[in-house]
Unconditional design. Structure first.
Lengths: 466, 466, 466
């Protein structure tokens, strides 16, 4: 249905369709996501079974099934250290389809349906009766060369795709992509969380990896900074235009050199407190902002997710098991030390993301509507949804305009869902702008320029992807 | 008007009507409310005057009149300890009708209008001109046998109605209902607030009542637990399937046995601090969760109401005078100690309610969309309204789906308003699902199954009312 | 377009138009704003250039341009202490028009467009191509006598306009207006922030001004109170019906006389702490409530703006530079000490404003729906917008009704935008009530009475402007 998801009011519906059609074929700018670069390094990469591709890596899907007492084991997810079993993927697929009603009216439900139709050409409703036929059809498609990652990249019309990579990553897959002569633009993003958040699991080991990767013996805060600067330069040389930082809160603080070194020393000895960790992260965010103001890498900050909230699940299956729960966020006070230092740096851009919608109108839009360095990322995670995106536009545009936004991020590891996710964003924007148009807030010229900005230009400009 | 309250957009309107009509005659499941069981114990129970029935017990109504400087005395509400007066109920009714414009566009206004029409067959607008005629008509209806509680129970097509009863209640009215041979299913709910919240007014006296009711000398925390377990077993034997707990916040904490006993001892001496009270409540919530995981009673938690916020009013008239004001709520951190212990208990269900809508999308939907034991109660109190329910569905369904919700609670002491309240919920769900349908997020099969779940099945399943 | 901004659904659209037309010509009640009284004192007052009138004083406009790296200097705004330059206002206007796309779908964009059309009779789209023509047209209009402030006052059909004036203001412009024999009703509002918030810049100097203005030697808290009471009486004699108070939070506290005097003494010595300041402001809010309960001046409280968030900008340009950022707000706990004392005073009215929309449904509506002295101010600042006002009505009316609201405040220093701002409010209310009407929540009689109340009556009654 060409006009799916648009308002059922005829005037808005037809305006939305016209706006949507003006951008639906624009290339995809994917400035932030978690696709594995390995799949582009190897021209013969195969996705595995439909369950390998669509279920096992997708915590959006299995968390909902888990919430209704379906065990992760039954979905093909193995406990840490368990020997690989020959799980019956066809049976797992059946379990998923038997319970697909759980996803009614959810973005996960919409993405998979649209992805099956638009990417795989499968128009069957996902349910028990169709489970086997859908499985067979996906399996058949995946066996074809045109469903390999590079072929899909071209078919998806991706102009650029950024991965997210640890500060210690040697980027060998990115190097292999470059060496291969393939024309797709896949670039890394510098994410140093594992070495700057001293409470990360395995922090000490990450520091050793960093020393090795940077060729700098990291033994104090000064050498940490030196190593990070070295790695940023390397990432930049490999095409990176951005960094990404995750923190529980947006707290920033300028530590004295002595305090920073004392905390680092305690961390090395395994004696750092939770407060040490929060302060050190806040200090490193300011250091990272300083580096961005110098090297021009766009800084992204994602805050507000309490990771691994379910300790029993974490102990058994590890991280990213759908047990990350949002908390309240605050920016006006927390970001002030950073803004006090870098508000006026002309070459700096800081893109903010969080999981507390109350910040949209109260803090984020007023901040972005004043500070030149700030831009607002699109709705993140649970809010990457029709209503979530609509609420975001409702909450921020009146105060910040659309030109302090950054367009869309698909932010996904589910590679074949990328076109669907961009399509939903483009449809939301079309519908929202059509509402503005038919009510007379904006005119047609405005609306067509705005949808192009939201669908394509803002992402490209903000992330310096020209 | 058959299609009242639905979107005026014709496609959505007709879809909503079809959905609504598929569920409007389903029986009512009333798993949580405050109807007085006495009215079913006595087959000849009479409601008193229209003011006795509709005004004096309804703090939704008199708080709004009070906010506009109408005194509670003028509404027939007597100060504590005042001698009963022969207030002129016809004059009170006139005062209410003279000021009924205050309720324009409020749920209270809608409920009373719909109740008069649908239950009492009175189609007059509530205003000064019609005050006497409406009073007379209600009075006439109330004199008829078919307006006695049991007759209405059958006419309302109530399948089951749960009351809310103190842990110390002997449930003699429930016993009388059972003994009477009447077929209506009225069951108790176990609510131990008065004995587990050590800062409750009259806590010490409640402990004595508990000792007596349980036949256990409650003198420390261990005997308190023992008495509560005994009472739960008794409630269960009387048909209870659930417990209910009110707390200012969702704070939970596992106290050591020594700490718990020390606090209890201070409470007995009247020396417990506010912090003691908060910690003890948090500890008892975990004990209650443990008991629920053992006896299978569904646990309900209502948080976020600052009770009796107006001290002058409280001193003069007592509690439940419309002066309870919401506060901010938090679950991600506060519930973690409880979830850490009981997240994986297959027989446990915890239903969450609160008065801070910001928690819907930020905390509640992600929590319920992960933890098997969690379900989300419908919008509570001020949010039991057309827009409140619509915002709730908008905020939670995309993340939690509808199958982690519990359908509807009428949560009322206003017995004759029960069908109206369920009707509003069913209409909201029909309108909301129709919006999803006409935009193409769901199809007709989905929509009809979802409305049945929201109107009937989920409440019955969650509260184990089969 | 007569029906601009209304829902595109035909039934709602025509109902909205009928409601709007019933109130569009009612006089404007302007009970709170920041228009300079000087412009009415001088019958020959001239507005200066279009940039002097529309850009330089409007932080809504220049903050957005600043957020996109356009310097304030280029907009005609001079650093503190800079010598006046002969900036080319025509060029500044060109810069603004070149960047006017930034304001698409913002209230600022709508206000200026509607103001140009409705006040200045200029129907050109604001863009680069039309910049010069628009500038010329405005300039031509401003040269005409019918565009002087008093002539516009009459053309705008302003019934009463309240300014906002420091407690130390001698109100000589108000006196001049009275003496002039002109019939326009322009009244002062008493705003004592500079003398009661001991952390205000220049507090010590303001105290000296207060001593002089009141004829009271203010040297301690008791003489401060005495001076304030004297000034309130003077303001009242000059026509004031209200006071206004700004605070970072709604915190209130009753200090002992000794504590209050100790803090005041520390403040005089320049030794008061941030905590002292917060407590003293909280104490003075209670004193001000006490005075309002005695002299009948309506008390307004605006909380939640972190003023001058950007220190570099503040140092260079001073205050009100578009760098005020909202913070979270709380009322249930913070206002309790004040409410405990004055909840029942029949002659007292307290109007609440803040910048945290989460308080609307959670705290403000329940508080106003109970306490007789409380009324809710319209959405403030960033929320004085189509969607902001719609969200406000959605969030508060179901709980507080409309009769605990105060209608509209334009709250602006942009005098010629006043009719446009009231027009947007009247259109929002018409559209919102039309939605209630076509869905059957209210009937026509209700809707027409409600829009009149929201457009005119409630402001006049609340602010005692009869």
């Amino acid at each position: 249905m060409r006009n799916r998801y648009f308002s059922s009011e005829p005037a808005q519906n037809s305006a939305a369709l016209a706006l949507y059609e003006s951008v639906k074929d624009l290339p995809l700018i994917c400035p932030h996501g978690h696709v594995d670069p390995r799949m582009f390094a190897d021209p013969h990469y195969q996705f595995g079974s439909p369950v390998d591709l669509l279920i096992i890596p997708d915590h959006y899907i299995f968390r909902m099934l888990y919430s209704q007492d379906i065990s992760l084991n039954d979905l093909g997810i193995l406990p840490l250290g368990a020997a690989p079993t020959s799980a019956d993927h066809r049976q797992i697929w059946g379990t998923v389809c038997d319970n697909w009603h759980l996803f009614r009216a959810t973005p996960t439900g919409i993405w998979l349906r649209d992805e099956l139709a638009d990417v795989f050409g499968i128009d069957l409703k996902i349910n028990s009766a169709n489970a086997a036929a859908i499985y067979d059809a996906i399996e058949e498609r995946l066996s074809r060369p045109e469903f390999r990652p590079r072929a899909l990249f071209e078919r998806f019309n991706i102009e650029v795709l950024a991965t997210t990579d640890a500060a210690t990553d040697k980027l060998e897959h990115h190097q292999a992509i470059r060496d291969s002569g393939w024309g797709g633009r896949v670039i890394p993003t510098f994410r140093p969380d594992a070495v700057v958040n001293i409470d990360s699991g395995g922090w000490r080991a990450s520091i050793d990896l960093l020393s090795e990767a940077a060729g700098v013996d990291v033994h104090d805060c000064a050498t940490l900074i030196q190593a990070l600067e070295q790695r940023r330069a390397f990432f930049k040389s490999m095409g990176a235009t951005a960094t990404d930082h995750a923190a529980l809160t947006a707290y920033t603080e300028v530590l004295s050199r002595a305090d920073a070194e004392a905390i680092f020393a305690r961390a090395l000895k395994g004696e750092a407190s939770a407060k040490d960790a929060a302060r050190f992260t806040g200090h490193m965010l300011i250091e990272m902002a300083r580096m961005s103001s110098e090297d021009g890498l766009v800084m992204q900050l994602h805050v507000g997710s309490w990771r691994n909230h379910n300790p029993a699940l974490f102990a058994r299956y590890g991280r990213d098991m759908g047990a990350d729960i949002p908390i309240r966020a605050e920016f006006t006070k927390n970001l002030k030390p950073l803004l006090d230092r870098f508000a006026a740096r002309p070459d700096m851009t800081l893109v903010l993301f969080n999981l507390d919608e109350t910040t949209y109108s109260r803090e984020l839009a007023p901040l972005a509507g004043h500070y030149p360095i700030l831009r607002l990322g699109p709705p993140w995670w649970f809010f990457d949804s029709w209503l979530g995106m609509t609420r975001f536009l409702d909450a921020v545009v009146e105060t910040a305009g659309i030109y302090n936004l950054v367009g869309f991020n698909d932010d996904t590891r589910a590679y074949p869902s990328i076109p669907t996710r961009h399509d939903v964003w483009r449809r939301v924007c079309a519908d929202w702008l059509a509402g503005q148009l038919v009510r007379g807030f904006i005119d047609e010229e405005d609306a067509f320029e705005m949808i192009r900005a939201l669908a394509y230009d803002l992402a490209k400009q903000t992330y310096r992807l020209d």
